[in-house]
Design a protein around this ligand. Structure first.
Ligand SMILES: NC(=O)c1ccc[n+]([C@@H]2O[C@H](COP(=O)([O-])OP(=O)(O)OC[C@H]3O[C@@H](n4cnc5c(N)ncnc54)[C@H](OP(=O)(O)O)[C@@H]3O)[C@@H](O)[C@H]2O)c1
Length: 237
């Protein structure tokens, strides 16, 4: 059934459909997977876009989870929240996306600790680069952003945005297939004793480990060094 997770009426009709299931089947799991990527510097992104990013990538998932929790309590089911390596590390221009994913991580931690005594498990999945339509959509949005930059914003952020587009393209080209990612998500949803967190892809596993052990300053240097080769070459270079 089609569902816009930012529409309270549609969410209500999903929970009603679960309650009215003629076969009385229990709800095994909810996988909060929907997402959009809006990349722009904090200074440039409009408040409407900030709101939209949070509406889809965070508040929508909170609303769906709340709506299906009665069914999950009844079934001893499971919540699987799809976060991102962006829920661990916030790269430049990923402020809104990463902020919503950090929020998803925090909400998941609270929810897990609240529901554990009641037999409902909460699992977080953190993918790195996966070949899906997300990067293409994100790149289109970033290009639109570049087109609407003021001259001052362009001088500040134009090259950064182009570097992020180039990096995102190569990140996803070397990313896992959606099928490989789906297998990990299926495991998170069905394993008898699931882990609290699953990373998807070597990039996510390495970055997650680095984020735990490195100082912020060291991480800043590594992220900047990784981005440097993706900056547009000066004319004639
Ligand atoms: N791809 C990656 O490299 C990557 C990395 C880390 C994390 N993730 C996370 O993985 C999840 C899935 O992303 P993906 O890579 O599969 O991207 P995708 O191919 O763009 O799929 C995103 C899905 O979310 C749906 N969606 C968007 N807004 C929605 C709304 N308001 N209500 C209901 N559904 C909505 C889209 O439906 P429509 O097409 O109908 O709009 C689409 O099916 C996201 O949470 C994303 O943040 C992806």
């Amino acid at each position: 059934m089609l569902l816009d997770i930012t529409d309270p009426e549609q969410i209500a009709s999903v929970s009603q459909r679960i309650a009215d299931d003629p076969a009385g089947r229990p709800l095994r799991a909810v996988i909060n997977n929907a997402g959009i990527a809006i990349n722009a510097p904090v200074e440039v992104l409009s408040m409407e876009e900030w709101q939209r990013q949070f509406d889809v990538n965070f508040f929508g998932h909170v609303a769906v989870t709340k709506a299906v929790l009665p069914a999950l309590h009844a079934s001893g089911g499971r919540v699987v929240n799809i976060s991102s390596i962006g829920g661990r590390i916030a790269m430049p221009t990923y402020g809104a996306y990463a902020a919503a994913k950090f929020a998803m991580e925090a909400m998941s931690d609270s929810l897990r600790r609240e529901l554990a005594p009641h037999g409902v498990q909460v699992v977080v999945v953190e993918p790195g680069g996966v070949k899906t339509e997300m990067t293409g959509h994100g790149i289109e949005r970033a290009k639109d952003t570049i087109a609407t930059l003021s001259p001052t914003q362009r001088s500040r952020y134009g090259e950064l945005l182009q570097a992020i587009i180039n990096q995102a393209t190569s990140f996803t080209d070397s990313g896992l297939s959606a099928e490989a990612a789906a297998l990990v998500i299926a495991k998170a949803a069905t394993a008898r004793r699931p882990r609290t967190r699953y990373t998807i892809g070597r990039d996510a596993a390495v970055l997650t480990r680095l984020s735990r052990i490195l100082s912020d300053k060291m991480l800043d240097r590594i992220l900047a060094a990784n981005l440097r080769p993706h900056y547009p070459k000066p004319h004639g270079a």
